[in-house]
Design a protein around this ligand. Structure first.
Ligand code: FAD
Length: 466
């Protein structure tokens, strides 16, 4: 392999060779669709690859990997383009874009689904919910299944059905050598361990196979809002209440200024609020009974927790996290919501300026914590909560200030950090990646990296250096 370079000049001979058999699209600077396809979800990131290889199938992925190896170009791999840090696009290199690979096949009898690497979460739910089944995944429908799964996958169903990787049965993966391998509990088992949390370090996954579980299609779900000034009281009640709720219930706490959306009364628009979002993955009547104490606590200003289609609930956060806005994140896991953590979170949240900032505190536990810490590469299963401090502005205006706000809250919480979810990292350096996995798993991942990608072809990720 030649030395990896970000130099934008392409080897025209090698490119013509690639173009002869490539079934998808090869897009270069100056092509009409170039800007559309180089853009990613995070509008604060603006990079200019030399080539975007939009793969139509596995053969295209193999050819694109071999092309990148042989020409020494930097490789970015793109599933849904939602990497917070923008790791799915690069300056001067080649983007292996899996976006066109949208195949989904549900087997309702076997309760399994196969999904290709360009599938988005909403597309997967659409197909599986037609049979009242689901894969536990994330909370925004336009997120890519590929990147989310390879980092772990947390969301509304996790306390009942585990992380996304806990329902993963197998992957097909193209290695740095350009060879297709399958990994499961019985084939290439160490690789299968590594892809369940180790991200895109070992190759490009072209297809995932998951176990399906019955969910809904109607679930008791939605957020309940209180004024943010009441958050210290609400969160103390919440913290005690969740110690005793069934695994069917997953909750997410949100601090934000109420959005100007049709379902929010106009008098609340812009007000600082705390919301607790619920999703009960079981019979609606049971869900109504379980969430009743929360709905009755204090005086909520808005209660949208009602029976609704699971797919509708999954889309709830979509309007608040659109493509193209400017985003920055700091994240950490904590063991529990102690008085000190609650007071710190509320104190900082009351100083949040941007009307579009929204940051979640995910409730973990249940099925997530019942899988052994070493059974998959994912780190932090024993944490109580994952906090993802999101600084958002619509344009670059005010972005620096919000970013400082996010950093400030993260630093204030530092004494309480236990671990960090790898998919919620920005480009934060090797120590933070180590923290995400813990030292033993990091070393095991490194050994796997040496075996599958010794030259670090796949380096634009939360990189485990060989
Ligand atoms: C709006 C939004 C909501 C989110 N909500 C959640 C949530 O609820 N739960 C959660 O767990 N996470 C969530 N995330 C984080 C999300 O898991 C990561 O951003 C993830 O990387 C997104 O995957 P993607 O395919 O869209 O990303 P991309 O940017 O396309 O890829 C990210 C990285 O994943 C790797 N990668 C992607 N595809 C492949 C592949 N096929 N083979 C090998 N490597 C690959 C590459 O290293 C790439 O750099 C959210 C992110 C956003 C932006």
């Amino acid at each position: 392999m030649s030395a990896i370079t970000t130099d934008a000049r392409l080897d025209e001979g090698a490119l013509s060779e690639l173009a002869r058999s490539f079934r998808g699209e090869l897009i270069r600077p100056g092509d009409p669709d170039y800007d559309e396809h180089r853009k990613i979800w995070n509008g604060s990131i603006d990079r200019f690859p030399a080539l975007i290889a939009r793969c139509a199938g596995v053969a295209d992925v193999i050819e694109a990997v071999r092309f990148a190896r042989d020409t020494g170009l930097l490789v970015a791999v793109r599933g849904g383009g939602h990497s917070f840090a923008g790791l799915s696009v690069c300056d001067g290199g080649v983007v292996v874009d899996l976006g066109p690979m949208k195949g989904i096949r549900v087997d309702p009898d076997a309760r399994t689904v196969r999904a290709q690497a360009g599938v988005l979460l909403g597309e997967l739910d659409r197909e599986t919910q037609a049979f009242g089944l689901a894969v536990p995944a994330g909370i925004v429908t336009h997120t890519g299944l590929a990147g989310l799964t390879l980092g772990g996958g947390i969301g509304w169903l996790m306390r009942k059905h585990g992380l996304t990787i806990d329902q993963l049965l197998a992957v097909d993966l193209v290695t740095a050598e350009g060879e297709l391998v399958r990994a499961s509990e019985t084939e290439n088992a160490e690789l299968f361990w590594g892809v369940r949390g180790g991200g895109g370090n070992f190759g490009i996954v072209t297809e995932f196979e998951f176990r399906l579980n019955p969910v809904g299609p109607i679930v008791m779900a939605g957020p309940i809002f209180w004024p943010m000034e009441e958050s210290p009281r609400v969160l103390r009640f919440y913290r005690d209440w969740i110690t005793d709720v069934p695994d069917e219930l997953t909750t997410i706490v949100i601090h934000r200024r109420a959005p100007a959306l049709p379902w929010v009364p106009s008098e609340l628009h812009g007000a600082h609020v705390v919301a607790i979002g619920c999703c009960y993955a079981g019979p609606v009547e049971d869900g109504e009974r379980v969430v009743a104490p929360l709905r009755k606590f204090g005086s909520p200003v808005l209660d949208l927790c009602v029976p609704k289609p699971f797919v509708e609930h999954q889309a709830m956060f979509d309007p608040g996290l659109p493509h193209g806005w400017h985003y920055y994140f700091r994240s950490c896991d904590v063991a529990e919501l102690s008085d000190e953590i609650i007071d710190t979170v509320v104190d900082h949240s009351l100083r949040m300026k941007s009307p579009v900032n929204t940051f979640p505190i995910f409730q973990l536990g249940g099925a997530v914590g019942r899988v052994g810490e070493d059974e998959t590469a994912f780190g932090g299963r024993r944490a109580g909560h994952t906090i993802n401090i999101n600084a958002t502005t619509v344009t670059s205006e005010g972005f620096d200030e919000e970013r400082e706000w996010s950093r400030g809250l993260w630093s204030a919480l530092e004494p309480h950090h236990t671990s960090v979810y790898v998919n919620f990292l920005m480009e934060e350096g090797e120590d933070r990646i180590r923290q995400a996995y813990g030292p033993q798993k990091y070393d095991r991942l490194r050994a796997l990296k040496r075996r599958y990608d010794p030259d670090n072809l796949f380096r634009l990720n939360q990189n485990i250096e060989p």
